[in-house]
Design a protein around this ligand. Sequence first.
Ligand SMILES: Nc1nc2c(ncn2[C@@H]2O[C@H](COP(=O)(O)OP(=O)(O)OP(=O)(O)O)[C@@H](O)[C@H]2O)c(=O)[nH]1
Ligand SMILES: [Zn+2]
Length: 311
Amino acid sequence: MNETLSGVVTRVTGASYIVETGDGLKVRCRTVPSTVSENEGANLVAVGDRVEFRLKASETDMAEGVIVRVEERRTSLVRRREVRRNRSKEKEQVIVANIDQLVLITSFDDPPFNSRLVDRYLVFAESEKLPLLIVVNKIDLDEEGMVEDDLEVYRELGCNICLVSAEDGRGIEELRELLRDRMSAFSGHSGVGKSTIINLLVGREELRTAETSNKTGKGVHTTTSSAMFPLPGGGYVIDTPGIREFNLSGITRENLRFYYTEFLRYMPECAFSSCSHTVEPGCAVIAAVESEAIDAGRYESYLALLDSLDE
Ligand SMILES: Nc1nc2c(ncn2[C@@H]2O[C@H](COP(=O)(O)OP(=O)(O)OP(=O)(O)O)[C@@H](O)[C@H]2O)c(=O)[nH]1
Ligand SMILES: [Zn+2]
């Protein structure tokens, strides 16, 4: 009864954590004052954490345990607070730990492909030093291959792109390969087919379970509501609440320029070292836009995003 087991936290509901082991055991765990954390200054347990736990006598149908140690996080997605509001050195709120990649689900149409949204995610992924996989769903609606017009700029940037149709199954096997043995955080705008894709990948039962507990969780002020699903071939899909959770508040008017990676090679040539690439004379980025070395749409999205950031 006292041996230590290890597993991954797949759900957080208040102070109760579901931990799953590699061989399919699901245990409802709690922490105790002696629980050791290898992550200082952050919340004790988040979805995606690797933990050591001990089983204890259970009074319910479900196995129960106590978390003895939370392992150091390789990566963490943090709910950022505004700096002004965080004078009191509050702890970081980690939403998901140990993510290997971000997966943005978009659709060719219905809703139409949204380059601005892709650009926001690219900035976010770059600032978090996480790879981004762009999945374009509903390619069954694209008989003429028009999506390539939208994707050209992202192909040139060297982005990871996967075209799929949850409707007719195209590309799903390729997507499975890209997800195998990794922890992937999914997000996307409503209606792009994210739930349909996750259902296909993990099996219907899993998602239905998640939806039920999400609903019951709503009334009790849970701070973390990401749901994590094991993939049959190994790895996990984490269904995250979307860009509003991963907000860009770590991005400032000063650092945004570094996250448009195609600007980087031109920036040293700008006349002013602090050039914002907007109005300055001798701006090499603007010159590169004019000579079409930098995509005009991407530059416009930079200006729009810059505009939306606080002074
Ligand atoms: N034509 C087509 N329709 C699809 C495809 N995948 C999903 N849909 C449809 O798109 C609609 C939205 O799918 P959902 O899976 O509910 O989308 P979601 O992204 O989870 O949206 P929310 O639940 O609002 O977050 C549904 O009517 C699906 O049947 C696809 O590959 N092709
Ligand atoms: Zn410049």
